[in-house]
Design a protein around this ligand. Sequence first.
Ligand SMILES: [Zn+2]
Length: 119
Amino acid sequence: MNATDLNFFKVFLLEQKSSILNKSNEFKHEQASERANVSEEVEAATMELSANLSIHLHERDRMILFQIDRALGKLEDGSYGQCESCDEVIGAKRLKASPFATLCVSCKEEQEDPRNYLQ
Ligand SMILES: [Zn+2]
């Protein structure tokens, strides 16, 4: 992968990371201001709903952040864009479609082949 592509992915990943971190800050802020306006009757229900949403968001964002950090680590050590299974180059085109891909198309297909589950 050339330097332009590497830089593209680095900027992309860092932007993703900061947008998730900003989003979770905004979310906390929204929750706090909403809570001040709700009556006590509906507060319990709203809080329960928010708690569930917060856990869901947190889990999902935590997973994405993990993937971003993993990809950034790979960019650092030069293994980004390399298939973890066969060491083939994954290709910038595939990575632009799925920046967290760790397998090339053929390894991915092999992994998802239902026949593998029968072994
Ligand atoms: Zn592969």
